[in-house]
Design a protein around this ligand. Structure first.
Ligand SMILES: [Fe+2]
Ligand SMILES: [Fe+2]
Length: 328
């Protein structure tokens, strides 16, 4: 179904006769499932779209550390703390793989970070919501990392080699993140009534923002057809969102929690869950910078960058010293 939509979309965008011989050959390689590598010729639009997509993804990994970092010193046990620290560290690693993948497209990491720090570049809006209780750390792992996996598994097969290879590694680590989150929820739901209420409250607050993570509805989504033709978008936003709902509702039932959507019900005919309308006004407001934590996140991120300047300088000085010693 989506493939058909995409085909008509791509044809509408650009007829084959309008494409140069180079562009046609490029498209044929993609259609044949051949990966595009950094030194291969590529259309400027392909390069630009990938830089935007990969850098937004990298920024999301880095900013995503902040709401969880908030709980690193308050995890309830030593084991939970060790797990959370490992998870946050993984996210830093994901940022590094992704900035490296973006750099293969001819942009510099300093420029990408400058765009993030000035507020020009976007990152996933989900990280502009606050983490109010320990249960939020469970809900983030379960729902946010869970949604990230659904988004990223298809990207392991995307057309750009460095991005697809980074995604394979990232997805393996994301599945550990989702499981540790679900495990926190499970412990809370098997605990006292107060702990279970805390888990329910976290689900209530994180459910809808998690559904928004997949982006606007297909009808509104710009650039989808071209990205699909280039195989850097393999499923539509709505398809992926449906997958998340279908996968997560039985998990919520197993926890004994209620998904905060009165319209949610199993549809025997479609074999999927029907769910209520998403508040897109909220999505666009957070995207424009009016979410509960946009300013705080950016401020913390810029502060961390500035505080780390001496360390980056020291690394460069050390590398220079080693090079000059080796030369001597
Ligand atoms: Fe990640
Ligand atoms: Fe993660």
């Amino acid at each position: 179904m989506y493939a058909q939509l995409v085909e008509t979309g791509a044809q509408r965008l650009r007829g084959v006769d309008e494409m140069s011989a180079q562009e046609q050959a490029f498209q044929q390689r993609i259609d044949a499932g051949v990966k595009i590598e950094p030194k291969d010729w590529m259309p400027e639009g392909y390069r630009k779209t990938l830089v935007r997509q990969i850098s937004q993804h990298a920024h999301s990994e880095i900013v995503g550390q902040l709401p969880e970092g908030n709980w690193a010193t308050r995890a309830p046990t030593l084991l939970r703390k060790a797990i959370l620290l490992a998870k946050i560290q993984d996210e830093a690693g994901h940022g590094l793989y992704l900035y490296s993948a973006a750099e293969t497209l001819g942009v510099s990491r300093d420029d990408l970070l400058a765009a993030l720090h000035s507020g020009k570049a976007k990152y996933s809006s989900i990280f502009n919501y606050p983490t109010l209780s320990w249960a939020d750390i469970g809900a983030i792992g379960w729902l946010v990392d869970g949604s990230a996996i659904i988004n990223q598994i298809p990207l392991c097969r995307c057309s750009y080699g460095p991005y697809s290879r980074a995604m394979i590694r990232v997805c393996k680590e994301e599945s550990f993140h989702a499981r540790q989150g679900y495990d926190i929820m499970l412990a809370l739901c098997r605990g006292s009534a107060e702990q279970k209420a805390m888990a329910q409250d976290a689900l209530n607050r994180w459910w809808w923002p998690s559904l928004m993570m997949f982006g606007p509805s297909d009808a509104e989504s710009v650039n989808s057809a071209q990205s699909a033709a280039w195989r850097i978008k393999l499923h539509s936003n709505d398809e992926l969102r449906q997958k998340m709902v279908d996968q997560t509702v039985p998990q919520a039932e197993h926890l004994g929690l209620t998904v905060p959507d009165p319209e949610l019900r199993w549809n025997e005919a479609t074999g999927h869950y029907d769910f209520g309308a998403i508040d897109w006004a909220e999505f666009h407001a957070v995207l424009k910078g009016h979410g509960p934590c946009n300013r705080e996140r950016l401020r913390t991120r810029v502060q961390a960058w500035e505080d780390g300047q001496w360390f980056r300088d020291a690394l460069v000085a050390h590398a220079e010293k080693q090079t000059s010693r080796a030369a001597a």
